[in-house]
Design a protein around this ligand. Sequence first.
Ligand code: 5GP
Length: 198
Amino acid sequence: MSQRTGVLLLVSGPSGSGKTTLCRKLAQEGEAHYSISCTTRSAREGEVHAKDYYFLSRKEFKSDVAAGSFLEHAEVHGNAYGTLKSEVLEFLQRGKDVVMDIDVQGAAQVRTCQDPLIVASVVDLFVMLDREEELRDRLSGRGTDSDEVIALRLHNAMEEMSHADSYTYRLLSKSRNEDYRRFKSLLTTERMRVSRLV
Ligand code: 5GP
């Protein structure tokens, strides 16, 4: 009775909400596999290919789309992002939980995906900040992006937050530790769903 299928945890939220940190920490603690996405954006300082993202050219990305390699893909902030099926399906089949950092368009695609394995495993969470100033501070504080990029991200963040109601769960960000405690407890709870027990 101890076997179960994996949980596919979709995590969305504006840049600066801390969602990437939450997802990464879960993976570092060995609680879930972090689905490494493909992107056509350039690597930021310190980012490593095949660890943070698979950094692809537009041509490579297009050919992966044509080959049907993606579970979902979308244009975000002027770049293409996509989740490889190989980063998700095999893990779920083995009963391993998968966590995905994904934008609202990608999450909508996964939610409507007909694959029974995905339908059975998906859980979606939106990480939210309650004040625009808090978001602006967090976006500026990262120090890796230009003012122009920060302004675009703030605009996109407000748009992104308008989709929060499409998610089953919402985490209103408070502090790193408290956010992580609640985040992890969602996964712990979802593991106990009777429908996941095989
Ligand atoms: P960043 O460039 O700051 O790492 O990510 C920008 C946005 O792209 C974030 O909202 C992030 O959640 C989203 N994103 C990252 N990976 C994927 C992916 O595989 N698919 C989709 N649709 N969005 C992604």
